[in-house]
Design a binder for this molecule. Structure first.
Ligand code: NAD
Length: 253
């Protein structure tokens, strides 16, 4: 049977890379993204069944997205709750409270919302797989990045709790924790962290790559490989895990 795959934040980066993998194998793919230009580009250049503009932190918009999926697909086999933003940088005493809240709303509540919907459908189906994109920031403390780090640790807690709730229904739940992924998003993160830490972007780039055992950034394809594996039958006994794809982080900034 053709697999039905739903990916949030599928307009670029890791989400789009995963979408392309599933399109290549003939799956039905639905993506959402809050950037209308990316949504248009994806529907123009890729054979996705649904390319929908929605903000994962907005319940009404997500309900509309989920309804559209049910109308078109009638269910969901693989849910990638992937959308995320880097959020503000700064120490907890001075960081802007509204920006802090917004970062957690997108990264954690947004992930919860899609996973909650998918779990209702998958419980009835008695099968399915939910994957979150957490981060190595969900495994360590990172100075000046508290909202992002708190949200990504929150995703790990959500993963483990949902895995316990859903195992009896044949539904698996895991989180991928990517290290620094080379690409435009990482360049943005280096720029905001540079302002907050006083280190240059080149110094930070070095800290990120030299701070791993593999002395390297990871690629979107490295993360997509893990995502495809976790959703496959080969991973049928893997659930409740937060799995790093990071070249092994030895130290953070
Ligand atoms: P990206 O910016 O290329 O992709 C994120 C996508 O999510 C974008 O298309 C963006 O428009 C969309 N998005 C942002 N806010 C949204 C919202 N409120 N509603 C819907 N869509 C929204 O970056 P990426 O690296 O592909 O990030 C994907 C995930 O990986 C994120 O959760 C991110 O935190 C996580 N991650 C990234 C890195 C990295 O180094 N790039 C490392 C660890 C974890």
């Amino acid at each position: 049977m053709t697999r039905r795959v739903v990916i949030t934040g599928g307009g670029s980066g890791i989400g789009l890379t995963i979408a392309r993998r599933y399109l290549d194998e003939g799956a039905q793919v639905a993506i959402c993204d809050n950037d209308p230009d990316l949504v248009k580009t994806v529907s123009k250049y890729y054979k996705v069944a649904i390319s929908f503009c929605a903000d994962v932190s907005d319940s009404n918009q997500m309900v509309a997205f989920h309804q559209h999926i049910m109308d078109e697909f009638g269910g969901v086999d693989i849910m990638y709750a992937n959308a995320g933003v880097g959020g503000p940088a700064g120490s907890v005493d001075i960081i802007d409270h509204q920006e802090w809240k917004r970062c957690v709303e997108v990264n954690l509540f947004g992930a919860f919302h899609s996973a909650s919907w998918a779990s209702r459908i998958m419980k009835l189906q008695k099968t399915g797989c939910i994957i979150f994109t957490s981060s190595v920031s969900g495994l360590f403390g990172v100075p000046n990045r508290s909202p992002y780090v708190a949200a990504k640790w929150g995703i790990v807690g959500l993963t483990k709790s949902m895995a316990m709730e859903l195992g009896d229904y044949g539904v698996r739940v895991n989180a991928i924790c990517p290290g620094a992924v080379s690409g435009p998003r990482m360049e943005k993160v280096l720029s905001i962290e540079s302002d907050a830490s006083g280190l240059t972007q080149d110094e930070l780039r070095k800290v990120y790559s030299e701070g791993t055992a593999m002395r390297s950034f990871v690629s979107e394809d490295d993360v997509a490989d893990m995502a495809v594996f976790l959703a496959s039958d080969k991973a049928s006994m893997i659930t409740g895990q937060a799995i790093a794809v990071d070249g092994y982080t030895e130290r953070t900034v």
